[in-house]
Design a protein around this ligand. Structure first.
Ligand code: URA
Length: 235
């Protein structure tokens, strides 16, 4: 399917986006010990704050998207994560299941996470919007304005060591810029009250259509990795 070309960092083989490990391999291999503070048992205060936001999202009627959604899509993974991946908005699969990145793009995201030596359960995955825009249209500015406070609170609770923003739309929303993604890649930005380091990369759906750019996405993930391990040179 063209989504199975990521090798895990600790697999003893060269780590390139062109590696040929299959997703099936990815399912059966033992995961790497993840770098950093990941724990599958969040501390109770963090979990309480997390669930409070989740509840508010579930009850949200701030914009018209609540009238067309099947489910709100809050987040997946753990609020204890060192890594936070942020996409644009739920699509049809996500709206049906109430979980972000579960379609084909989500499978590629899983493979990217695995290539970094982690499992999906060890990172935090969220979107700028918590409800699906009908027909997967681009989110409206007003929808982002209503929804971004939830994301800021999520970031505040998780306090990840790095945020990877997936795609042009999410990058533009979070960084308040219209710069093309090519100009945003390769830099470390800061986001939220706690100035969390933020790296921009391509959206997995884009990578499915443009597999030649997986190499660049792998470079982006390595930049994020260097931030997590304190070797990025960013203050
Ligand atoms: N694309 C996104 O940006 N988010 C999802 O959850 C799914 C697809």
């Amino acid at each position: 399917m063209g989504i199975t070309t990521w090798k895990r960092r600790d697999a003893g083989a060269e780590n390139t986006a062109q590696g040929m490990a299959t997703e099936q391999d990815a399912e059966v291999r033992e995961p790497a010990a993840s770098p950093g503070r990941n724990s599958l048992a969040p501390d109770s205060d963090r979990l309480a704050r997390w669930q409070e936001i989740r509840q508010e999202v579930e009850n949200c009627t701030a914009c018209s998207l609540h009238t067309t959604r099947t489910n709100t899509v809050f987040a997946d993974g753990t609020p204890e994560a060192d890594w936070m991946f942020i996409g644009e908005a739920p699509g049809g699969d996500e709206d049906r299941q109430g979980v972000p990145f579960v379609g084909r793009a989500g499978q590629l995201l899983n493979a990217m996470i695995f290539a970094l030596g982690m499992k999906r359960e060890e990172v935090c995955i969220a979107n700028v919007l918590k409800c699906r825009p009908p027909g997967n249209r681009d989110p409206h500015g007003e929808e982002v304005r209503h929804c971004e406070p939830f994301l800021l609170r999520q970031v505040d609770v998780v306090e990840p060591r790095v945020i990877v923003v997936l795609g042009r739309f999410a990058a533009h929303s979070l960084l308040r810029t219209e710069e093309p993604i090519g100009k945003l890649r390769g830099k470390v930005f800061r986001y939220g009250e706690n100035n969390i380091p933020l790296v921009v990369s391509y959206h997995p759906a884009y990578l499915l259509r443009n597999p030649a750019d997986k190499k660049k996405a792998w470079d982006d993930l390595n930049l994020a990795l260097s931030v997590v391990s304190g070797n990025s040179g960013s203050a």
